[in-house]
Write a protein that binds this ligand. Structure first.
Ligand code: GLU
Length: 282
């Protein structure tokens, strides 16, 4: 099978050197295997994404020498598809409306660059309460029902694993999906979340290897569960080290000095940028 990798940034700021690292690893991985590399624009959160950041993604990645297979998929063009998939999950009783936690609802639009918060399992409201909340126009999220997922998958739920590529080869890791609790898979207004759209797109684009930072390692366990529920074949996962700022913290798009844009403005060349990156060890 042809190796397909991808880099999937959200246009919520300028790319920094950590993004360059991730994109380069994915690119090199695809080229080394004679496969291809995809770029995907993850712009489901239209309140935070901006066209100038999207334009900069193309420019900055081209500047460091990357090419990708066209066409570039843009998630905001695919909202209807995500909504359809979510509606299918609803008809199977796998998601329910949750009127709690505005913050979780908001966070669902971006990748969780931290460990999962722990098991939140409110379960659906009683029909009459739900009717009232809907009539009042309260915002809600669609949460995955872990207990329904467990019932649907039976033994496969607790034995679910994801395959991780490490320095010493491929290992099977427990998905441990239950500890995610009832994660938000969609919002009332957008009908999707980072988790749902990312899994749907990786599967549809035939991505065979998802390589991203170690801060997203936990997400692999949840994503394989979504693959299983949706009847899709999961990729192999690989998790690279993070490039940290001088303060030892994960770089953020607001760290201007670390952006590819700022480096270019400071007359650094793409080779100067690459020279700052660690040698890939995983
Ligand atoms: N759009 C996500 C991010 O920028 C992508 C994460 C992933 O690679 O799945 O963090």
């Amino acid at each position: 099978m042809e190796t397909v990798t991808r880099f999937a940034p959200s246009p919520t700021g300028y790319l920094h050197i950590g993004h360059a690292y991730s994109a380069l690893i994915n690119f090199d991985q695809a080229i080394a295997a004679g496969g291809h590399f995809l770029l995907r624009i993850e712009d489901i959160d239209q309140t935070r994404c901006r066209p100038e950041y999207e334009a900069a993604i193309f420019e900055d990645l081209a500047w460091i020498g990357l090419t990708w297979k066209e066409p570039v998929l843009r998630q905001s063009d695919r909202m209807a598809l995500y909504e359809t998939r979510l509606a299918e999950l609803e008809s199977r009783g796998l998601v329910y409306r949750c009127f709690k936690s505005r913050k979780d609802i908001q966070d669902a639009m971006s990748a969780p660059h931290h460990s999962p918060v722990g098991a939140f399992r409110s379960g659906p409201l009683a029909a009459i309460e739900e009717r009232d909340a809907l009539a009042e126009g309260k915002p809600y999220a669609w949460r995955l029902s872990m207990s329904e997922a467990e019932t649907t998958l039976g033994d496969a739920f607790s034995t679910l694993t994801f395959v991780e590529e490490t320095k010493t080869g491929q290992v099977e890791c427990p998905a441990d999906a239950g500890h995610f609790g009832d994660v938000v898979l969609g919002r009332k207004d957008s009908g999707t979340s980072y988790h749902l759209s990312s899994v749907i797109d990786d599967a549809e684009q035939g991505v065979t290897h998802v390589t991203r930072g170690k801060d997203l390692r936990d997400a692999a366990g949840l994503h394989v569960l979504l693959y299983k529920i949706l009847g899709l074949t999961p990729p192999v996962y690989r998790h690279h080290d993070l490039i940290l700022g001088d303060d030892g913290k994960r770089l953020a798009k607001r760290d201007h000095a670390a952006t590819l844009r700022a480096m270019r403005e400071n007359s650094l060349s793409p080779s100067d940028v690459k020279a700052q990156l660690p040698i890939v060890t995983t």
